[in-house]
Design a protein around this ligand. Structure first.
Ligand code: TXA
Ligand code: MG
Length: 340
């Protein structure tokens, strides 16, 4: 791992280069509508192992396989009727379906599990890249393991400079939190990781949906993780993060009290609450839940860049994409969430 990492605008020539690198077993980072991915040919076990090396990712955490056409699914997985309906409704888009895996998918991709995650991203650069290379591409988020997921090419460069040959720069990711991971292997579709495709949206098409109860709490001692990614430390900023939850005036008062007792602290607040914090150091999470999803990881990285030691964040509503925001914030905080 000692590459002269290139960051290129995703023109025709850059996409041809990406396709060539994938065929040679190399890694390419690329934009999706959720976060940047770190891709390799999903059918090349050696290439897939390079992803784990470049990220410092534990080998027991499986990868999502990205496709641009449903025609690519045949050799990858069994497709159920309910899965077909969800694909018709929400693909291309930020929904990953866990389906029974077929033999062509190397164990390195699924960490030995019998299911494989498949997703068709909607970002035009991801789609064009997948079409031009013609391969299914295994890709986790393009961050170093435990760091917040990257939502710009600059974030990817920060983590992957020297570790990979190419980053395709497609600007900032629209959604900002990773895709919904939906387990389709049981009786009821089960959300293992919330995202922009909400349980309500899934139930509308599949008739029913549940949310794994591990989504909003830490795993108990010895408990098996339904999705291996949930047991690993994730998204963590270098400073310590606490989330305050409750009535608006209580949250604001309590954050101010703690901020004023802390050194080198920052407050993560919604736009409407900014004036309440006066001239304290505040980061704006935006006016609504979509904006919070879009900005969260970038703000956590900014706090790291600025050497922030202590972070206090307002909880957001867990409606809609808010559940995804709270799920990522809770993990970034090591579940340090207090009701006030
Ligand atoms: O939006 C996204 O999904 C982004 C972009 C690049 O597509 N990718 C992404 O990948 O977030 P990653 O590897 O950072 O997260 C994948 C999550 C992990 O929590 C992993 O444990 C879970 O999906 N996962 C993948 N395959 C699984 C499987 N077969 N069974 C259970 N969980 C699985
Ligand atoms: Mg990740």
């Amino acid at each position: 791992m000692n590459y002269d990492t290139r960051v290129l605008a995703p023109d025709g020539e850059a996409l041809q280069l990406a396709a060539r690198l994938f065929r040679e077993g190399e890694l390419v980072a690329f934009p999706t509508e959720t976060v940047y991915g770190l891709g390799a040919n999903a059918l090349d076990a050696e290439a897939v192992l390079r992803i784990f090396q470049a990220k410092g990712r534990p080998a027991d955490n499986p990868l999502i396989v990205h496709i641009w056409s449903e025609d690519q699914l045949g050799p990858l997985c069994e497709v159920t009727e309910a899965a077909r309906r969800l694909m018709a409704a929400y693909w291309p888009g930020p929904l990953t379906l866990l389906l029974p895996k077929k033999a062509a998918v190397p164990d390195a991709v699924t960490a030995g599990l019998t299911s494989v995650g498949v997703r068709m991203p909607s970002h035009p650069v991801a789609r064009e890249m997948l079409r031009v290379c013609g391969l299914p591409i295994a890709a986790p988020s393009a961050n170093l393991s435990t760091r917040p997921s990257p939502t710009t090419a600059a974030h990817v460069y920060e983590d992957m400079n020297g570790r990979i040959p190419l980053i395709l720069d497609g600007g900032a990711c629209e959604v900002g939190v990773e895709s919904t991971v939906l387990d389709m292997t049981g009786d009821i579709p089960t959300v293992l990781r919330p995202g922009a495709i909400t349980p309500e949206m899934i139930a509308k098409v599949a008739g029913d949906a549940r949310v794994a109860d591990s989504v909003m709490r830490p795993l108990r001692e010895g408990e098996a993780a339904p999705s291996p990614g949930m047991k690993h430390k994730h998204y963590a900023p270098k400073g310590r993060l606490t989330i305050l939850k409750g009535k608006r005036e209580n949250v604001v008062r309590e954050i101010i009290r703690r901020y004023d007792e802390s050194e080198n602290a920052v407050i993560l607040a919604s736009t409407g609450n900014l004036p309440a914090y006066g001239d304290r150091r505040v980061m704006d999470m935006g006016p609504d839940l979509s904006a919070a999803a879009h900005s969260l990881f970038a703000l956590l990285r900014q706090a790291d860049d600025e050497g922030v030691a202590r972070l206090y964040a307002e909880a957001v509503s867990d409606d809609g994409v808010g559940l995804a925001v709270m799920n990522r914030m809770a993990r970034a905080a090591g579940f340090d969430i207090e009701e006030v």
